[in-house]
Design a protein. Structure first.
Length: 260
């Protein structure tokens, strides 16, 4: 919507020619970026159509998008690039299972939420005759790691606040209708993922462990081991700190050695 699939295909193919084998394409239905522009998120079937169009173009073939033929990329040797689809709700997770090489899920880190993700992706993959094991499970999670445990947990609350408004099944989140409505009224796009946003103060401490990685290096490593044991392939850390580079260094120096 904000960038036509043919433009995305040209951009990602250029990156792939520059750094062969190191590029993957992540797509989403649109969340805060769309809200800023007054646009609606895409439906799962519309995302699937975009994935199929991009897959064809990147393979060096013509694509089809919204009923129109998209001519193949000129002067480009087609190849297969991994395409990941961001998903939280069950319909989009099943779509990812049907058409994508991987799913980027921002569902939290509790075992029941991870199992819901795995089951939904599996259902989608099997409905399309695919092997669910071929779909990479990548979990995106708000993260702050520090020996100052209280400060780290406070910082990830801004990420947890957005989970209250995510299209996740209420039976798994435990959020009540009243809580969702409270966050819907309080949430401001200008404060999106800002640690000092007023809506972050509404997050209860007991929600942190279910939806974020906030705390000491050992606590973080323990959750990552659990995710790996359940079948998660990748974890994308979303820094809820003043410096993403600082978090990356802290993770490399204090958490990775604990993972073996």
């Amino acid at each position: 919507v904000t960038r036509h699939p043919t433009v995305t295909a040209r951009a990602i193919s250029t990156l792939d020619e520059t750094w062969p084998g190191r590029i993957l394409l992540g797509l989403g239905a649109g969340d805060t970026s769309f809200k800023h522009l007054g646009l609606r998120p895409l439906k799962p079937e519309e995302c699937e159509e975009a994935v199929h169009c991009l897959r064809s173009l990147l393979a060096g073939e013509d694509g089809m998008f919204r009923g129109q033929n998209m001519p193949k990329l000129e002067h480009y040797e087609g190849r297969r690039l991994p395409i990941y689809l961001a998903a939280n709700g069950p319909r989009m997770l099943r779509s990812a299972g049907r058409c994508a090489d991987g799913v980027i899920a921002s569902v939290g880190v509790a075992p029941d939420l991870i199992q819901y993700t795995l089951d939904s992706v599996r259902e989608g993959a099997e409905s399309a005759g695919r092997d669910p094991a071929d779909v990479v499970i990548s979990i995106t999670v708000g993260c702050d790691i520090s020996e100052d445990r209280a400060a780290a947990r406070e910082n990830v609350k801004t990420y947890v606040a957005r989970r209250v408004l995510a299209p996740l099944p209420s039976r798994l989140t435990g959020f009540t209708k009243q809580e969702k409505e409270e966050f819907r009224k309080a949430y401001t796009l200008s404060g999106h993922l800002q640690t000092d946003a007023p809506h972050a103060r509404l997050v209860r401490d007991e929600w942190i462990d279910r939806f974020a990685l906030g705390g000491t290096a050992e606590e973080c490593a323990e959750k990552l081991r659990m995710l790996a044991d359940m079948g998660v392939n990748e974890v994308m850390l979303l820094p809820t700190t003043a410096s993403a580079a600082s978090l990356a260094r802290t993770f490399a120096e204090t958490v990775r050695p604990k993972l073996g």
